[in-house]
Design a binder for this molecule. Structure first.
Ligand code: GAR
Length: 188
């Protein structure tokens, strides 16, 4: 059985989709730990309800990125993590975590990369007048939203409501993330 770690900062709908897929056997793996950098985020309650171990930290309580990432690496090593899935983890991965886990960290992003990197991808795309939106899953490297692309799915949208783009996109995210994790684990 493979071990996943999911990193999230917010609501956690992608976390729940992945965890449920593991629970039902659609993905043949277990979510060994959910890592969250925002004490108080909704995803923490969701993980607890599902009986999944959580590691919640406040970056401001550490001397710097290297300090909390050192602790995270120890935690991942101890649980023999095969794949780290960033699911709305709104923090750039630093060199400590990359040195230990590069090639095993993937991220989901709500745009067709390399267009619209960053924390406001959907809002930026709507402001630009985009007509075809999409979701990208990519390997994580030192560049923001910059690693090699693993999977993408596009959808047309002619309106101008970012909330609606988020709604349509999230449904696609949940399916695409589960399919992609499943595929990557089979290849390992
Ligand atoms: C997702 O839409 C994900 O694509 C986005 O955060 C959301 C988290 O939603 N990630 C990024 O913007 C990364 N740059 P969730 O907490 O409901 O899974």
């Amino acid at each position: 059985m493979k071990n996943l770690a999911i990193f999230a900062s917010g609501t956690g709908t992608n976390f729940v989709a992945i965890a449920k897929a593991c629970e039902s056997g659609v993905i043949q793996a277990r979510v060994a730990v959910m890592v969250c950098d925002k004490p108080g985020a909704a995803v923490i309650g969701r993980a607890k309800e599902m009986g999944i171990e959580t590691f919640v930290f406040n970056p401001r309580e550490y001397a710097g990125k290297a300090a909390y990432e050192t602790e995270i690496v120890q935690l991942l090593d101890a649980r023999k993590i095969d794949l780290v899935c960033l699911a709305g983890y709104m923090r750039i991965v630093g060199e400590t975590l990359l040195r230990a886990y590069e090639g095993k960290i993937i991220n989901i992003h709500p745009s067709l990369l390399p267009a619209f990197k960053g924390a406001h991808a959907v809002e930026d795309a709507v402001a630009y007048g985009v007509k075809v939106y999409g979701i990208t899953i990519h390997w994580v490297n030192a560049d923001l939203d910059g690693g090699r692309i693993i999977a993408q799915r596009a959808f047309p949208y002619e309106g101008s409501d970012p909330a609606e783009v988020h709604r349509i996109g999230q449904k696609i995210e949940h399916e695409l993330y589960v399919e992609t994790i499943k595929k990557l684990l089979c290849e390992r």
